[in-house]
Design a protein around this ligand. Structure first.
Ligand code: PEP
Ligand code: MN
Length: 280
């Protein structure tokens, strides 16, 4: 990949790994960090209940999207910016870090004032102005791979964030579009080790959007850990069938708890430095 030479995302040697530290939570090589929460925030009760449950199971970061990029403008678009109050409440009720998607620079100041991590979704991976503006905020950024992006395009999108002086970028493989339609997308599992040899940035996997099916989420999660991912972002809902969005791929709380126990055992075997052991 000639175009990566001389870039800030490029890995220089096998020791060159960026580990992001945020309030004693580490994201990067040697760690396995789980982000979990509903596809989108729906109301206070579900948000608090889900956050407390995933925290109890060992998640460190709560997925709390206020804005949803939806294919149809007539489906649930998210809580909107007023949900900032809900983020404040989540911060006071739990010790979780909060991560949320940003769709527009109009919301940058407010979202950055409360969220710990900002997410740029796959549809915005090529929105270079958004990448630069979010990069300037100096908060960790989760950048999701566009469903049709090559690894080179993905890394060059990340380069936009690093180019403005922010190297706290977490790459998220979320499945790519192929001819297969049994799954919502095709999890490009080899993107994980490939990215880890090309770049020093942490790499996580989204087993929910990459499969589209809750039954496949545990296997995809374990495959990601085995392939060398530094973490996961999983959609969890207390009652998936009633979820406003992505209920089919959201796992319920007992399934999440069991998955965390399995991942914990695997992470120990793989010698990960940090993965909250699940004792219950
Ligand atoms: C999401 O994580 O909420 C999402 C919409 O996923 P993606 O951007 O990968 O489609
Ligand atoms: Mn979703």
């Amino acid at each position: 990949m000639k175009r990566l030479q001389g870039t800030k995302v490029q890995k220089i040697n096998s020791e060159h790994n960026t580990v992001i530290e945020l309030n004693d939570i580490f994201i990067g090589e040697g760690y396995f960090t789980v982000i979990a929460g509903p596809c989108a925030l729906e109301n206070e009760d579900i948000a608090i209940r889900t956050a407390k449950a995933v925290e109890q199971s060992g998640a460190k970061i709560f997925r709390c999207s206020l804005f949803k990029p939806r294919t149809s403008p007539y489906t649930y678009q998210g809580f909107g910016i007023d949900g900032i109050e809900l983020l404040k409440l989540l911060h006071s009720e739990t010790n979780l870090l909060l991560e949320t998607e940003i769709l527009s620079t109009d919301h940058l100041e407010k979202l950055a004032s409360e969220a710990d991590i900002l997410r740029i979704g796959s549809r915005n991976m090529d929105n270079y102005e958004l990448l630069k503006q979010v990069g300037r905020i100096q908060k960790p950024v989760i950048l999701k791979r566009n469903m049709s992006a090559t690894l080179e395009e993905f890394l060059l999108a990340a380069e936009y964030i690093l180019s403005v002086g922010n190297n706290k970028v977490i790459l998220c493989e979320r499945g790519i579009r192929t001819f297969e339609n049994y799954t919502r997308n095709t999890l490009d599992i080899l993107a994980v080790p490939a990215l880890k040899e090309l770049t020093h940035l942490p790499v996580i996997v989204d087993p929910s959007h990459s499969t589209g099916k809750s039954s496949l989420v545990p296997a995809a999660s374990k495959a990601a850990l085995a392939a060398g991912a530094d973490g996961l972002m999983i959609e969890v809902h207390p009652d998936p069938p009633s979820s406003y969005s992505d209920g089919k791929q959201s796992i319920d709380i007992p399934t999440f708890d069991k998955l965390m126990k399995d991942l914990s055992e695997m992470a120990n075997l793989l010698g990960k430095k940090s993965f909250t052991p699940v004792l219950t």
